[in-house]
Write a new protein. Structure first.
Length: 96
């Protein structure tokens, strides 16, 4: 009985971590990557902070299907990073 509750709790924590990994990668990693790319293409003429704000606005607006696809792919990247983190924790716990 206790083992089932613990397993359910671990499963819930895992799904919550996947959700936060998805959101963080869309809200933080994607605008960061796009802003660095835009800053590099502009040749340093714009300030990096302005390019970050422009990239964040593009992501939030989600005007077309391409942007939705990009958001989904960056979200999957965040999910895979979260899964790698949990696998590392599992392997570390298993080796003890």
């Amino acid at each position: 009985m206790i083992r089932q509750k613990y397993k359910a709790l671990v499963t819930i924590k895992f799904w919550v971590a996947l959700f936060f990994g998805f959101i963080i990668s869309i809200v933080l990693i994607q605008p960061l990557a796009i802003s660095i790319f835009m800053y590099d293409n502009a040749g340093g003429l714009l300030s990096w902070w302005n390019t970050f704000k422009i990239a964040f606005q593009q992501i939030v607006e989600m005007g077309d299907s391409e942007q939705i696809l990009k958001n989904f792919l960056f979200g999957l990247m965040g999910v895979s990073i979260t899964i790698m983190y949990y696998i590392g924790l599992y392997m570390k716990k298993k080796s003890r």
